[in-house]
Design a protein around this ligand. Structure first.
Ligand code: NAD
Ligand code: UDP
Ligand code: UDP
Length: 338
């Protein structure tokens, strides 16, 4: 029915994604690549809740069907097992491109960031969809500017052990801007800072998941190096809110999305002790190569242009993740005492 396809006042053209926030509208058709993963599955929950039709494209490299099972059987939800490194034909309005092996343990030697992003941009171009790239604070490398502002070009070792991820995302940003300038694709770029929450991969090697799983299992928390390096930890619901505001807003970005609360790894270990087990021990391990010494987002731009800022502090968010980890590690009958 034509009127519905045009939406109200013809303002919403199929494929344009131009729908003012907060207005009643026909649900959009949205692709979430990597929707089986940690961040993606929370995003899918929000999109489903607002009435969109959601297609998840995921090869389950690090994602899990369990993160999405509650949507199985809903006619607005579709799950496609597919590697985004291969082309795919879909008809959609918006593409949230999250597919990426995101943990250092997984991301080595994987072409997803470059070839997968190219394919999703090709798809966006063909169907006139709006495309959002989830880039990363890693594009700033071991930053010489603190906190990091979007205008900072970064300090990345192009031949280091992390460069596959860092440079992969930098290339993904380049491709995104080239498709924007060259082919007129509507694009959005988010630079995501360290994010944690329920459904994080238990053994994916990232620091928050490692410490929480270790403390729950009564194993020592592995602090790499002297533990004085810093990170800023964002709760997943804050990130999802930021991603959706970015997609619906009028600004290309890049935008830093992160929580400016900065912690050393030793301070993080202390928060985990407070939350799980005051007697949890710490084990020092050699640090990985090229580990950034500090990281903290300047979120002034997102505050001003997206009206966004994180709401959940680490000490509030961590317990929510811990109860999810407890259930997944010890089973449904976890008694709350590990
Ligand atoms: P995740 O590993 O939980 O999710 C990534 C998902 O992508 C998984 O479901 C995985 O199976 C899927 N995937 C990987 N390669 C694929 C491929 N070739 N084809 C199809 N699917 C593929 O990680 P996450 O933390 O949810 O990260 C989501 C996005 O956010 C990533 O792009 C990541 O780079 C970015 N990001 C995350 C953080 C963070 O702290 N979580 C920080 C910066 C950036
Ligand atoms: N692509 C895709 N789905 C589409 C359209 C394109 O997967 O609906 C892939 C396509 O196979 C190509 C990439 O996206 O590998 C870039 O497409 P584009 O049309 O920009 O480049 P071209 O094919 O002209 O080189
Ligand atoms: N780290 C740690 N113990 C771990 C895992 C990581 O001390 O078990 C440190 C790591 O060296 C880095 C910080 O925690 O300094 C964040 O690492 P993560 O892999 O979570 O994220 P990224 O390095 O991508 O910010």
């Amino acid at each position: 029915f034509m009127f519905q396809d045009k939406g109200f006042n013809g303002e919403f053209r199929l494929g344009s994604g131009k729908v003012p926030l907060g207005l009643k509208r026909k649900g959009l058709r949205v692709v979430v690549t990597g929707g089986g993963g940690f961040v993606g599955s929370h995003l899918v929950d929000r999109l489903m809740a607002r009435g969109d039709s959601v297609i998840v494209v995921d090869n389950f490299f690090t994602g899990r069907k369990e993160n999405l099972m509650h949507h199985f059987g809903n006619p607005r939800f579709e799950l496609i097992r597919h590697d985004v490194v291969e082309p795919i034909l879909l008809e959609v309005d918006q593409i949230y491109h999250l597919a990426c092996p995101a943990s250092p343990v997984h991301y080595k030697f994987n072409p997803t960031n470059v070839v997968g992003t190219l394919n999703m941009l090709g798809l966006a171009k063909r169907v006139g969809a709006r495309f959002l790239l989830t880039s990363t604070s890693e594009v700033y490398g071991d930053p010489l500017q603190h906190p990091q502002v979007e205008t900072y070009w970064g300090n990345v070792n192009p031949i280091g052990v992390r460069s596959c991820y860092d440079e992969g995302k930098r290339t993904a940003e380049t491709l995104t801007m080239d498709y924007h300038r060259g082919a007129g694709v509507e694009v959005r770029i988010a630079r995501i800072f360290n994010t944690y929450g329920p459904r994080m991969g238990i053994d994916d090697g990232r620091v928050v998941s490692n410490f929480v799983a270790q403390a729950l299992r009564k194993e020592p928390m592995t602090v790499y190096g002297d533990g004085k390096q810093t990170r800023s930890f964002q709760y997943v619901s804050d990130l999802v809110e930021g991603l959706m505001r970015l997609m619906e807003g009028e600004h290309v970005g890049p935008f830093n999305l992160g929580n400016p609360g900065e912690f050393t790894m030793l301070e993080l270990a202390q928060v985990v002790q407070e939350t799980i087990d005051p007697n949890a021990r710490i084990d020092f391990r050699p640090n990985t190569e090229d580990d950034p010494h500090k990281r903290k987002p300047d979120i002034g731009k997102a505050k001003e242009l997206l009206g966004w800022e994180p709401k959940v502090a680490l000490r509030q968010g961590l317990p929510l993740m811990v109860s999810d980890f407890r259930t997944r590690i010890f089973g449904d009958h976890a008694d709350g005492f590990g």
